[in-house]
Design a protein around this ligand. Structure first.
Ligand SMILES: C[S@@+](CC[C@H](N)C(=O)[O-])C[C@H]1O[C@@H](n2cnc3c(N)ncnc32)[C@H](O)[C@@H]1O
Length: 575
């Protein structure tokens, strides 16, 4: 009799009730599940006596340890590790049928070459941090084991891991996590196994007993053999005897797998806690963490922008532990899905680019915000390694995870581009591109011939745009010196001249500013004065003007897209 048969027999012998169409089998190597043998609804009932709750851990470690503990689950996890060495355990048929750490195949235990594929993803980036928090929890639990409990002979060697793991490289860690005997129950790898068993198989305990706190979990033999389908319609309930009842809402066709529904889980959580990912997963999301100073959070909230709450975090592998609703002290965590691009994420970026001349929400803030956000998403997308060979089940899952992240990021970027395009066309008359300047300011255009720029493309090729902007802004400032220029030959908006003057008056130029801009000034001005004195030999063209021009450009423009095109925005600036 194999381990699954033994488990089912044990469960039935102790009161579990299964409809006759439920058959358990190995669906794929190491992956057990159930199929229906006839077109009928499925019901599985598990009596309370078969369920593992914290009550069992209390009976092993004593009530005192539990009362001392602020983390009851940690002791329950230790209980499960311990139960593997307990040959007389009532739950032995269940414990024996649980998958090994290797079979769960969480990224924690992958070999370094497979972990390398998820580098740059949220999952990859947070893996070591997540592992560290499980190690902390293990350490905490070890210290709660009462004196009277016999520990393995290697117990003190096990404890060394707590102090040494930080010095382990990926290969050391891989070896350590995969080579520890199950009998050594206090060793960290066995605690990790237990953690993953609870992550991937536990149910809320209050379903069978309302006295359990909402966050307490239980293990349900037999029902936890069902695999996950996000489209499965099932009901979990309990009758008067504290039994657990699983039922499918519809009949399951003969030969089809009987699925449970683990809830709305993204691929990141599925891969980390369950060791698999779904190719098509509507619940998938990309988490984006934005670090923002506390004062800015207050400013954002004062504007009425609603930031994500703790509920939004529960499905993420990032930032789960110990978060309070409004702290955001480690960053604000946003979730982007294929169908939902969060408005508040956009609003936060708009606030982040606000400058001291902007009081309300301006057009420049909207455009700059969108561009910064797009850049952040593009960086995230570039980090993804899409070329994972699908030559093993694990790599197939990795590929599904990464492909899905890429799809979500790409759709978010498209959404941003669309919103930007709409703004650009709606407010076209408020925007000044360098190309506009080059076209409209004929005098300026001609003066650039002396620097070797015969057309606008040459400016782009030589990456002279920034310097070009500075020259033109200073020319705007000096507008009053060009009274002899015919109006139609130049383009020097008064509003820019006014802002420049204002900034020139209000700004104290530092030595560092002068040092920064001296090379640009010295490289351009003497040559231009001698070649085009009617433009560059009149008005003010000192280093100070270059400093102010750069500061002004920064305040009245935004930088657009991959080409980093700078565009000036005409709007109300409150100087
Ligand atoms: C609650 S258990 C289900 C029983 C499990 N298959 C077993 O052999 O013990 C959850 C585990 O089943 C596997 N699993 C569940 N749903 C899956 C799916 N849709 N595709 C692939 N593996 C799945 C994963 O290994 C996951 O960690």
């Amino acid at each position: 009799m194999d381990k699954i048969e033994r488990l089912i027999t044990w469960a039935k012998d102790h009161g579990a009730i299964l409809t006759s169409n439920v058959e358990f089998k190995e669906i794929s190597p190491n992956n057990y599940g159930s199929v229906s043998t006839s077109y009928d609804p499925v019901v599985i009932e598990i009596p309370r006596s078969l369920v593992i709750t914290s009550d069992q851990a209390v009976s092993l470690f004593g009530k005192e340890s539990f009362d001392k503990s602020t983390n009851r689950l940690a002791l329950l996890k230790l209980y499960l590790s311990h139960s593997r060495i307990d040959e007389s355990s009532f739950y032995k048929p269940y414990i024996d049928a649980l998958p090994s750490l290797e079979a769960i195949d969480s990224p924690y235990t992958w070999p370094p070459e497979d972990r390398a594929y998820i580098q740059g993803t949220n999952l990859g980036n947070s893996l070591n941090e997540n592992l560290a928090s499980i190690i902390e929890e293990w350490w905490y639990a070890l210290n709660l084991i009462p004196e009277g409990i016999t520990k393995p002979t290697e117990h003190f060697i096990n404890m060394k891991f707590y102090y040494e793991y930080k010095f382990y490289n990926d290969t050391d860690l891989y070896k350590y996590l995969n080579e520890t005997a199950t009998s050594n129950w206090t060793a960290f790898p066995n605690y990790l196994w237990s953690s993953l068993i609870f992550k991937s198989r536990a149910f809320p305990a209050y379903i069978i007993d309302k006295n359990f706190p909402k966050n307490e979990v239980m293990l349900l033999p037999v029902v936890d053999l069902l695999n996950h389908s996000p489209s499965a319609k099932v009901t979990w309930s309990s009758g008067g005897n504290e039994e657990f009842r699983f039922e499918t809402d519809e009949p399951v066709a003969k030969g089809c797998e009987i699925f449970n529904n683990y809830g709305l889980k993204g691929n990141e959580e599925l891969l980390l806690a369950y060791g698999f990912a779904l190719e098509e997963n509507n619940s998938d999301s990309v988490a984006l963490k934005i670090k923002v100073p506390k004062s800015m959070i207050e400013k954002i909230e004062a504007k009425g922008i609603k930031l994500p709450t703790i509920d939004d975090y529960t499905n993420s592998v990032l930032d789960k532990e110990g978060k309070t609703e409004s702290s955001h002290e480690h960053g604000i965590l946003f979730f982007i899905t294929l169908t939902n691009f969060p408005e508040n994420l956009k609003q936060v970026f708009e606030m982040l680019v606000q400058n001291s001349w902007e009081k309300g929400l301006t057009l420049r803030m909207k455009l700059a915000g969108l561009n910064h956000l797009r850049a952040a998403l593009e960086v995230k997308r570039k980090m993804l390694q899409l070329n994972v060979p699908a030559d093993s089940t694990r790599r197939k899952y990795i590929k599904s995870y990464i492909t899905s992240q890429d799809k979500i990021l790409s759709s978010a970027i498209t959404c941003i581009k669309r919103q930007e395009k709409e703004l650009l066309s709606q407010f076209k008359t408020h925007l000044i591109t360098l190309k506009n300047v080059y076209k409209k300011d004929k005098r300026f255009q001609q003066s650039l011939l002396f620097l070797g720029f015969n057309d606008f493309e040459t400016i782009l090729e030589s990456e002279f745009q920034d310097q070009c902007w500075l020259l033109w802004l200073i020319r705007c400032y000096n507008k009053s010196s060009y009274t002899k220029e015919p109006e139609e030959d130049n383009y020097l908006p008064d509003w820019i001249q006014n802002l420049f003057r204002q900034l020139r008056r209000d700004t104290e130029i530092t030595t560092q500013d002068v040092l920064n801009f001296k090379p640009i000034h010295d490289n351009l001005v003497p040559q231009l004065i001698s070649s085009v004195p009617e433009i560059y030999g009149v008005g003010d063209w000192s280093i100070g003007e270059f400093v102010i021009a750069a500061k002004l450009l920064d305040r009245i423009s935004f930088v657009r897209g991959k080409d980093q095109e700078c565009i000036i925005v005409e709007q109300e600036y409150q100087t």
